[in-house]
Design a protein around this ligand. Sequence first.
Ligand code: SAH
Ligand code: SF4
Ligand code: F3S
Length: 473
Amino acid sequence: MSDARKTVFVKTYGCQMNVYDSDRMTDALLPSGYDVTETIEGADLVILNTCHIREKAAEKVYSELGRIRKLKEAREAQGGSMMIGVAGCVAQAEGEEIVRRSPVVDLVFGPQSYHKLPDLIDKAKDTRGLVDTDFPVEDKFAALPKPDKKLTQARGSTAFLTVQEGCDKFCAFCVVPYTRGAEVSRSVAQIQAEAQALVEAGVREITLLGQNVNAWHGEGQDGREWGLGELLHHLADIEGLERLRYTTSHPGDMDDALIDAHGSLDKLMPYLHLPVQSGSDAILKAMNRRHTREDYFRLVDRIRSVRDDIALSGDFIVGFPGETDQDFEDTLDLVRRVTYAQAYSFKYSPRPGTPAADSEEQVPEDVKSERLYRLQDLLKEQQAAFNQSCLGREMDLLLERPGRMDGQLVGRSPWLQAVQVEAPQSLIGQIARVRIDKVGNNSLFASLTDTPVWAHSEISEQDSQAERSLVEH
Ligand code: SAH
Ligand code: SF4
Ligand code: F3S
């Protein structure tokens, strides 16, 4: 009965795993009568899927809750209702504290509970301020429905697929092992079934996700223990799947099979997010990263030896406790030697419960700011140089959605750059060959080459016509 249906608005903070989780929540809510809405005002259910990684990320939630409280009160004044749920890593880390600080919240649930969401919503109707942050023994992935076909189509031609969750590394600055729990790998069969369902719904590119995705391991179909390299080979056999990526990797878990997959798998995109955090051995040790800067250089050389056009991205923390000027110079030196196509960098943020937060060698805020500024300057320069090197180059784009101007589409390059191209809407979801004509500050501009698109994709012309009508309807 359509008039009995309700709406859910989900706001996602943090990493790609949260994006994936938000989609699984809306998938799980669909059978209980909730359709997704993009506007918060009229929503019956509002979920904030939160991130605890840095203090700023966590604090955002409380300011957003203040804003939502007003919407809820306005709704109630008109005789309606609005249920508010807080999910994700702040929910896991702070639990009851959220309801204490923000009594407007009806429901708090951690990343291991979202398959129970329909049930929790029912319970929260009677018990306002319900908190569920258990790490249940049951396999939440097995309890979740397969990605919904219609919702998947609406989400476009790229998708995330979580293959691994949690982390056992315990870097001294990081909350993830506490908010996401111990490292768990999903089975090959589960991953294969989900990937297949995504491709059947029109997905052309899948990014495998995990807090430590390259720690994934599981029993393969040949009875042997597989790592991520073998898994990627297996998934590359799925017909209609054109591109594979994975993120985020720990340098210590890049095994030979995974490195070699970059040399032998055409579908594996030549772009790798490989965070190093610092270029100083003393700081790497204090961070408990379990590798040295030389280990990282050797690894990068090895990866580039199997695929010379691979581009790297990274994460960096400046101002970790005890970081000296020389330690920071070592980070700049590492960046100059490695060269990144893209990178994320942050000021160290002490997180409650993590070992580094208690250190007495905290770096003053103004020193952190100055270091971040210098590092970002260098990283920006490298990113601009990488983009500039693409000028005049031909490459394949996966055309994802309408662009900024009429008649334009936005596509992703193999190196994850956003590229604007003049192309008809009917090509959305297709891979097209383009030439880069112009390099702007935030995106690249390209034109289609003369070669017909279907000549570059493994699907036949007839299939691609069918695909187009699928996307258009
Ligand atoms: N699993 C990934 C990173 C997950 S968190 C890895 O092992 O690299 C994403 C990024 O946030 C990290 O790479 C790190 O650069 C940053 N980060 C994590 N904790 C932080 C903290 N306490 N302060 C500042 N940045 C932090
Ligand atoms: Fe956090 Fe990544 Fe370190 Fe795990 S490996 S503790 S997720 S930074
Ligand atoms: Fe944030 Fe949790 Fe991801 S802390 S970065 S949302 S794993």
